[in-house]
Design a protein around this ligand. Structure first.
Ligand SMILES: Cc1cc2nc3c(=O)[nH]c(=O)nc-3n(C[C@H](O)[C@H](O)[C@H](O)COP(=O)(O)OP(=O)(O)OC[C@H]3O[C@@H](n4cnc5c(N)ncnc54)[C@H](O)[C@@H]3O)c2cc1C
Length: 389
């Protein structure tokens, strides 16, 4: 994929270790392209295989700080973004597999007790423990404070009851970070987080959901699901804090995945317009095509700037990057949708032919404008931050 430009790695957001990491990971992904694409496997089989492959390659170590086996002192958001940027160029499902290991591991890194970290993180990092993040419910998507799943304390246990929906890895995951109402205060301040194994009695996956692009996702039910009180992550009532701190790490990486999709679409489009002849000349010779390519390139570069600015800010300046991460996620996902739509248009009929790369990208990008906070919610966050709310 030589048309994908990597000059962005020269930006001052990165150090030599990032450049080295990106080069090694890109080479590894190229060598493992087929297993990562997982042709001929069910989505569940593919997620299992990809998690093990990424784990065996050592790439999931990026989710851990040095004290727990990672290579950097703390979880490095630029490395996570580089990983998703590069993975998304070849496989949306592989990118999602990496992201879900992050959504399960990062809350345990940030809030887990040493015992929880010892129990889960090594297996999450070698890909043998597949994980997920159970926040959303039918009536509580954008509005997390409406969450109804309850966790009632009974002696040395909590009893969980309720239903979660749109839970990625439902049906394939071994362990989930689950958010439930413990009632310390009204709304978002009355939630707590738990680490729950999928084989706990009372935990079930009653339904899988088919979405536009390959993705293991479904509903998760808790019916008198009893977990030891030691499964709580953080303190009672800290669930919203756990969720937001995790999203502060992971939200920029959604933008990075969108960026990877957009880079691939731009590469596909530029390769096509150079060779496709219409009205006696290459499509690339027409100024209208050049202007469209310019818009696409501008969208890719501005997305990259915002994504890596947010990641660099988190890694080097301060812990809370709510504004920067929301801007990165909003702009990169919306820009990628535009870039991919343009690529489809430039490829003409080939662009909508099932199985073509840009057709796949067209389906893969869509959920990124919805999950981990819709574009509208990102605007509300950005507006609120700018207005000092
Ligand atoms: C592929 C995929 C994977 C997912 N994976 C997970 C997962 O692993 N774990 C998990 O917990 N959740 C997951 N989700 C759920 C996701 O986070 C929610 O779908 C998302 O937060 C939106 O919630 P909702 O679907 O209920 O939409 P709603 O909240 O009902 O929103 C519907 C529309 O209303 C808009 N809207 C909402 N509030 C406002 C407002 N105040 N002003 C203006 N517009 C507004 C929204 O932007 C949206 O356009 C996933 C979703 C998808 C699609």
């Amino acid at each position: 994929m030589t048309t994908i430009q990597n000059q962005f790695l020269e930006w001052p957001f990165f150090d030599d270790a990032h450049r080295d990491y990106a080069a090694r990971f890109e080479a590894w992904v190229a060598a493992h392209h087929d297993p990562l694409a997982c042709a001929g496997q069910t989505e569940t089989e593919a997620v299992r295989a990809q998690a093990r492959l990424l784990g065996a390659g050592g790439w999931l170590q990026a989710l851990l700080p040095a004290s727990l086996g990672g290579s950097r002192e703390k979880v490095d958001v630029r490395t996570l973004c580089l990983t998703r940027d590069i993975l998304a160029r070849v496989s949306g499902l592989a990118d999602c597999t990496f992201a879900m290991q992050g959504l399960g591991a990062v809350p345990i890194v940030l809030f887990g007790t040493p015992a929880q970290q010892r129990q889960y993180l090594p297996r999450m990092a070698d890909g043998t423990c597949i994980t997920g993040f159970c926040l959303s419910e039918t009536e509580a998507g954008s509005d997390v404070s409406a969450l109804q799943t309850g966790a009632k304390r009974e002696g040395d246990r909590y009893v969980l009851n309720g239903r979660k929906t749109w839970i990625s890895n439902a049906g394939v995951g071994h362990t989930f970070v689950v958010f439930a109402r413990t009632g310390e205060a009204p709304g978002a301040r009355g939630l707590s987080a738990f680490v729950v194994d999928a084989d706990t009695p009372g935990f079930s996956v009653p339904q899988s959901i088919e979405v536009v692009a390959p993705h293991v996702i479904g509903t998760v039910a808790f019916d008198d699901c009893r977990v030891p009180a030691s499964c709580m992550l953080g303190q009672p009532g800290e669930g919203f804090k756990v969720a937001m701190a995790t999203l502060d790490v992971m939200r920029s990486t959604v933008g990075a995945a969108a960026l990877g999709f957009a880079r691939r679409a731009l590469a596909e489009a530029t390769a096509h317009v150079r060779t496709r002849k219409v009205f006696g000349q290459a499509l690339a010779q027409f100024q209208a095509t050049q202007m469209r390519i310019a818009d696409m390139a501008l969208d890719v570069e501005t997305a990259a700037l915002l994504v890596y600015r947010a990641a660099w800010t988190k890694d080097t300046l301060r812990d809370r990057v709510t504004l920067e991460a929301s801007m990165a996620k909003l702009h990169a996902t919306e820009a990628a949708q535009r870039v991919i739509d343009s690529a489809v248009q430039l490829l003409g009929g080939l662009g909508v032919t099932a199985g073509s790369t840009v057709e796949r990208l067209y389906r893969e990008i869509r959920p990124l404008r919805i999950y981990e906070g819709t574009s509208e919610i990102q605007k509300l966050i950005i507006g609120g931050q700018v207005l000092g709310k």
